[in-house]
Design a protein around this ligand. Sequence first.
Ligand code: PEP
Length: 246
Amino acid sequence: MKRTKYTIANWKMNGQKDSYKLVKSISNYCQKMKRKTSKVVICPPFTLLSELIKKEKKMKFGGQDCHYMSEGAYTGSISANMLKSINCEYVILGHSERRTYQKETSQELNLKIQSAINNNLTVIYCIGEKLEEIKKRNTILKKQLSSLPRKIDPKKIIIAYEPVWAIGTGKIPSLNDINKIHEKIRSILSNLVSLSFSKHVSILYGGSVNAANSIDILNLNHVDGALVGGASLKSKEFCKIIDSYR
Ligand code: PEP
């Protein structure tokens, strides 16, 4: 089964300095690649998004969150149709940092996913267990995946499995575990949504992916790409990750 591969940069609240230079060098690298092995998407902070989209037409961009309402009295928030209005194509939803600091709930995430899809954005939906939840990982993942709408086009959603304990720590699960967990996510999706959805949806790994481990991770048969935080802020390192698919 050929699924789309993605290499996605999550800049988080970083990248203010030299953002255009960083995007330009990634874009140049992608243009020069003989074989386009994955779709590359950059998710900068909101303040940089509009300008980068206008300046670098060859790249794809995503927001790092959106509200579920289209407008209204929600100070500090940005809606899915606002992202769409600046030609943004993707949005990260349910990142563990937002689940923790903004206390995002499954119900709220369900509404956000619906709103993003209604506005024709592709959702990068993050799931993953905390360190103390490893033993009940499957239950946690099932609960988080249950925020997905039941009728959903696999091309409009990307799942990013990010064990919370692996984010920014330099620790990763064993390669065997990553592959097995991705396979498990696919089987949960087959029951929750449909067999066809589970076969076609791209499932990425995220959490301390870098140029030294990317070849091993990105060539596992159940892994369809990476969501990259820290290493996506260094052009050379991120380009090496982009070049890891065999
Ligand atoms: C992330 O937060 O989405 C992430 C994967 O971070 P890092 O690569 O820095 O672990």
